[in-house]
Design a binder for this molecule. Structure first.
Ligand SMILES: [Mn+2]
Length: 424
């Protein structure tokens, strides 16, 4: 489904007067409003190809209807999302769930919808039909060299698909680990994984990056072989300059100080990308900003501070992606909410008065430091984010357009109610 530009403009004009009032008031409070708007307009978040259908838990899965039946339909959904939000101009593919059959056609379609290919994702956390050896006891860590080799070859294949599509990075998330004490020799598991990753690293083109994603637990519940940022950083440092750590918000133990982690990874030049989601308990994969918006702001505060310290381009140098699951919401509406939450946190972080904050830190003025951060966090920046979207040709109120245009109803009519998106 496609929503014409002039249709979006019609919805915008109905909201224009109210928006202009709000934006005018807000821009009066911001010193460098044009520079902030420019940054917001350039910021693009990738959507993974597995995020467009209903997600599930190990207990069940409830279809929303009208889910994309193939890669082409997923790209169409992403095109619609980007037309409304203008901040989601990239797709992150999962292999083998979304193997492009006709690369030329897929590339043409994505270009028409103004979408780019972000990081490729490999999968050695489940067995595929016709797969020779099982990953039940791990993939790159496996005690059997033949299993490790199979996992390495799969990653090399994913790189090949990525090269054809114009991607520049590979994200490796391993579920490798153990469920019970004594199951695994930790050192051997680490060394085997490192050796496997080295082979994948050697297959990377010159201008590619390798992201090593970590996760504290699940599906293994006693140990995980890439379990935290320390382990990921060890691999990245040993692999070389094209290897980076990837931080997924939900992949930490409860109460971890994620803003400190990103700050130090940036300092080391080893932060490669970020997966956004939110959680109350563990890796809940909830809508970004739905549970802990202050944490999200504090993370963005460190990201902006750290990237600026290294003179990095916010929009280009790190891989930004939403990695959430949609169990009870329409996936497209959920993604629109997540994009909005990310943009709000980013905008608030851009408003932080860095000079005053540094001064407060140097004076040990704890109260003032908190006041400075919370003053930005408590600023209602929605009109600023909406203005950036408007200037990019997007919708002032994306969810309103989505609902008024009855997108889901139309998709169900087109695709049926009972279909399940590939890969889920
Ligand atoms: Mn992730």
């Amino acid at each position: 489904m496609h929503i014409e530009k002039n249709k979006i403009a019609q919805y915008n004009s109905a909201l224009s007067k109210q928006h202009q009032q709000r934006f005018k008031f807000l821009s009066g409070e911001i010193d460098n409003v044009e520079a902030v708007l420019q940054k917001l307009r350039r910021f693009q978040i990738a959507i993974p190809s597995w995020a467009l259908g209903s997600g599930g838990t190990r207990f069940g899965r409830f279809s929303i209807g009208g889910e994309p039946r193939n890669l082409e339909e997923k790209i169409q959904d992403l095109g619609l999302l980007h037309a409304l939000s203008k901040n989601s101009g990239a797709i992150s593919l999962h292999i083998p769930w979304d193997i492009p059959e006709n690369t030329k056609h897929i590339k043409k379609l994505t270009a028409e919808l103004d979408l780019k290919f972000d990081a490729m994702n490999s999968n050695t956390f489940q067995d595929q039909p016709n797969q020779k050896l099982s990953y039940k006891f791990g993939s790159m860590q496996h005690v059997n060299k033949a299993v490790r080799k199979q996992a390495v070859e799969h990653n090399k294949d994913v790189i090949k698909y990525g090269i054809e599509l114009g991607s520049k990075s590979l994200t490796v998330w391993l579920s490798d680990g153990s469920c019970f004490p004594g199951q695994l020799n930790f050192r051997n598991a680490f060394q085997n994984t490192l050796e496997s990753l080295r082979e994948v690293y050697a297959a990377l083109p010159k201008d590619w990056k390798l992201f090593v994603e970590y996760k504290a637990f699940e599906p293994n519940f006693y140990s995980t072989t890439v379990g935290d940022w320390g382990q990921s950083l060890l691999y990245a440092n040993k692999l070389g300059e094209k290897a980076y750590t990837l931080v997924d918000l939900g992949h930490h133990l409860p109460n971890a100080n994620i803003e400190q982690i990103v700050s130090l990874l940036l300092m080391e030049g080893k932060l490669g990308g970020f997966h956004f989601n939110d959680s109350k308990y563990g890796d809940d994969d909830l809508t970004v900003g739905s549970i802990k918006p202050y944490q999200l702001f504090l993370i963005f505060n460190e990201l902006v501070e750290g990237m600026d310290a290294k003179k990095m381009d916010h929009a280009k140098e790190l891989a930004w992606m939403i990695d959430a699951s949609h169990n009870v919401k329409d996936p497209l509406e959920d993604l629109l909410q997540s994009i909005e939450a990310i943009m709000i946190a980013y905008a608030q972080a851009l408003l932080v008065d860095r000079r005053k904050l540094t001064e407060a830190q140097n004076n040990n003025d704890v109260v003032l430091a908190q006041e400075i951060l919370q003053s930005s966090f408590r600023t209602d920046v929605r009109a600023l984010v909406a203005e950036a979207r408007l200037k990019n040709g997007g919708a002032l109120d994306p969810i309103n357009v989505f609902r008024k245009e009855k997108v889901r109803k139309n998709l169900i009519k087109q695709r049926g109610f009972k279909n399940v998106a590939t890969g889920l």
